[in-house]
Design a protein around this ligand. Structure first.
Ligand code: G
Ligand code: G
Ligand code: MN
Ligand code: NA
Length: 254
């Protein structure tokens, strides 16, 4: 209850920030993208996990202004990176199901891109399988329009929900992100290895990019690489870091 009230004041008190986790090409070791992850620093309790406050933000409807702030902040950072001469990388932003139920979502995105001069081709929106499957028609109609604008779509936490393979193709989904619970269990757990391999093969046959998430060990990296996974994220390379640190990381790679 107190957290819920504090959340109402968090935006105007500038308690939110964005951390970035690099996405790495397994062959070149280059940073080819970044996932934007929201952080809330509570004045008393310090950092509170999004797994705790995102559900509160969804219950209260605050998720909409907060998510709009996230997207605009990410676009502003991205413009600054380009202006200071760094490689143009793709940035991924997590979207909540509630955003897709907003009638003005697309116009809001267009307004943000216009204000920040963001190239839609360099934004990827991450949604979970359950977002798509629970709100099928609304979400799919919106995805179609996002795709038409050039925005890329990734299915996050892939393997944890129920996906219909037909929609992956029909809506030209760009990327599957294998959930880190499976990566954590490879190569020891046979089921996780099989699911990971099946997902990689599915992605290859549909022409989708594939990202292994939560890679923490060299053994996991090698297993993924040998199975044909081209892109990874995880603590082995970097945890999510504040924007100023991510900028340094990007600069060192140029
Ligand atoms: O960064 P961390 O592992 O603490 O994130 C926990 C969860 O919070 C992840 O599932 C992630 O997708 C989600 N999350 C992080 N940032 C955002 C955001 O900006 N919007 C939404 N909707 N979810 C986010
Ligand atoms: O559900 P989603 O993929 O959006 O979750 C992103 C979250 O995963 C980030 O908040 C980040 O903190 C966490 N994460 C990223 N890499 C690793 C990793 O290698 N190990 C663990 N345990 N968590 C990770
Ligand atoms: Mn994600
Ligand atoms: Na995930």
């Amino acid at each position: 209850f107190t957290l819920r009230n504090d959340l109402r004041k968090a935006l105007q008190n500038e308690e939110f920030s964005i951390h970035y986790q690099p996405r790495i090409d397994v062959n070149s070791n280059d940073i080819i993208g970044a996932e934007a992850l929201l952080r809330w620093k509570h004045p008393e309790f310090g950092f509170i996990s999004p797994t705790e406050f995102i559900p509160l933000a969804e219950e209260t409807g605050l998720i909409i202004p907060i998510s709009n702030w996230v997207l605009e902040e990410v676009c502003n950072h991205h413009r600054q990176w380009i202006q200071s001469g760094m490689n143009k990388i793709k940035v991924s932003v997590n979207f909540s199901a509630l955003q897709f139920l907003q009638k003005d979502l697309l116009q809001t995105i267009i307004n943000i891109f216009t204000r920040t001069k963001m190239d839609p081709n360099l934004i990827e929106i991450e949604i979970t399988e359950s977002v798509v499957m629970e709100h099928k028609d609304t979400v799919l109609a919106t995805i179609e329009k996002m795709k038409a604008m050039g925005i890329q779509i990734a299915i996050d936490d892939f393997g944890t929900g129920y996906s219909s393979i037909s929609y992956l193709k029909k809506f030209k989904i760009d990327t599957l992100k294998i959930d880190r619970s499976f990566i954590k269990a490879i190569p020891s757990d046979v089921d996780s290895v099989e699911l990971t391999n099946a997902t990689i093969q599915l992605a290859q046959s549909l022409g989708l990019a594939i990202v292994g998430e939560g890679v923490e060990t060299l053994e996991q990296l090698i297993t993924l690489k040998d199975s044909g996974c081209q892109e990874v994220q995880g603590f082995l390379f970097s945890k999510p870091v504040p924007e100023k640190d991510f900028k340094i990381m990007l600069n060192n790679k140029v």
